[in-house]
Ligand binder design. Structure first.
Ligand code: DNO
Length: 415
């Protein structure tokens, strides 16, 4: 597997020189400065590619080439936006970049309620509390229908224990402080969306108002309609993907639940089966994000990796621990629900099945993986990194995964 790292461009505090020293081979990045909905030009792509190559690395994966909301909800300008998307794909392929990660989550990309949840060992992790998220929805967003939605939300508990999330949110409202409320908006919108989704910026002055406007776009869009819109998008871009040999890799919904009254359609094995069959072209593939999938108690991550490996073009190694009430945190890369050792074995077998082997020292042509988020540890918290994208925590996880892969390779060679 090719060892890659998500890097946020030349302004990232974690430099390419640092990444060379810790065994990174490929870079996962995007043109973070291009506004949502504009074409990525060949010149801009080339400049970034050359910057990466000058450091002795390669640009392996685009994460993300964002799909604008209009494509997701099927707005009047969606065809124009799809044309722009195709132009960007062509420009990427012309510069030799052929693995493209994207998501089809309406409005909100990933969601967490706590970004520095303390672990007993002194490090911290990202964390999701259903009650706090419901509080955000009901009391901060004040979304019409929110109370009814939470009242019917099935229990997220892995053992099926009943849970009254609505009552918990109401109880929270009684003890909520303005500071914690401010922090929730920062965590759910500003600090987690700002650097990944073009919808929100870190300096947004009225994020909640913007949020409400975005939600309004999805009135009347149910699961079937969102699926139809995803199929429409994929069918429209597949000819370009075929012509340019680009692999599209949809990122699963994170967390894999329906939130804020919005449909989410990449949550379960059934969803993924649907989307791969709906457009049965090998260029329509998956980012196998073990972290997102393992946050849903109903997802058997190992079985899903076995089933979907043939259509997986990019892998996120991360593992969640679900608490008895359903809240979850991001576990160590050797703990939690996702068996990352088994997953590495499955994806390495997939490489063999495809006849992939490293075409150079850099691991190019193998299946790219990145460690996704890591713990915040040993001073990471003071360095102003993007939420979840620590240096030491991710480096630690990367070292663990490098060890796992090297061990599996040795075992295989001895057989
Ligand atoms: C969060 C990431 C996501 C992911 C996008 C892909 O840390 O995993 O933001 O990059 O959903 O489009």
């Amino acid at each position: 597997m090719e060892k890659t790292w998500r890097w946020f461009g030349p302004k990232d505090k974690i430099t390419l020189t640092m990444l060379r020293q810790i065994g990174v081979e490929g870079i996962v990045t995007a043109l973070h400065d291009v506004p949502l909905g504009e074409v990525w030009t060949r010149e801009q792509i080339r400049a970034l590619r050359e910057y990466i190559e000058a450091a002795g690395l390669r640009w392996s994966v685009v994460e993300s080439l964002p799909v604008t909301e209009t494509i997701k909800y099927g707005g009047p300008d969606r065809d124009a936006q799809i044309e722009i998307y195709k132009q960007s794909l062509r420009a990427l392929a012309a510069e030799g970049i052929r693995t493209v990660c994207y998501n089809f989550m309406p409005v909100l990309d990933w969601a967490r309620t706590d970004l520095l949840h303390p672990n007993t060992d002194g490090s911290s992790n990202l964390f999701f509390s259903y009650a706090e998220f419901a509080y955000f929805d009901i009391y901060i967003l004040q979304r019409a229908g929110a109370r009814e939605d939470w009242a019917r939300t099935p229990t997220p508990s892995p053992t099926g224990e009943p849970r009254d999330i609505l009552a918990e949110a109401d109880a929270l409202a009684k003890v909520m402080t303005p500071e914690r409320e401010h922090q929730l908006v920062e965590n759910i919108v500003i600090k987690t969306q700002g650097f990944v989704s073009g919808n929100f910026r870190e300096d947004d002055e009225a994020p909640i108002e913007k949020f409400r406007q975005l939600l309004a776009l999805y009135r009347g869009i149910d699961k079937a309609q969102l699926r139809a819109n995803l199929r429409y998008f994929l069918e429209a871009i597949m000819p370009v993907c075929n012509e340019c040999n680009i692999n599209m890799c949809v990122h699963p919904d994170d967390p894999p639940i329906e939130i804020l009254g919005l449909p989410r359609i990449v949550r379960t094995a059934e969803d993924i089966r649907w989307l791969l069959n709906a457009v049965p072209d090998p260029h329509n593939g998956l980012t196998f994000c073990a972290g997102s999938l393992s946050a849903g108690a109903y997802n058997d991550v190992t079985a899903m990796a076995r089933e979907f490996a043939p259509r997986t073009h990019f892998i996120h190694l991360r593992s969640c621990q679900i608490f008895p009430n359903g809240d979850f945190t991001e576990a160590s890369h050797l703990g939690g629900r996702a068996d990352l050792i088994e997953l590495c074995r499955i994806f390495m077998n997939e490489e063999s099945a495809r006849g992939l082997s490293p075409s150079s020292q850099s691991g190019a042509s193998l299946l790219p993986f990145r460690v996704d988020h890591g713990r915040t540890m040993l001073g990471d918290e003071a360095r102003g990194y993007n939420a979840g994208y620590s240096f030491l925590g991710r480096m630690f996880a990367m070292a663990q995964m490098q060890g796992v892969i090297a061990t599996l390779e040795k075992v295989r060679s001895e057989k």
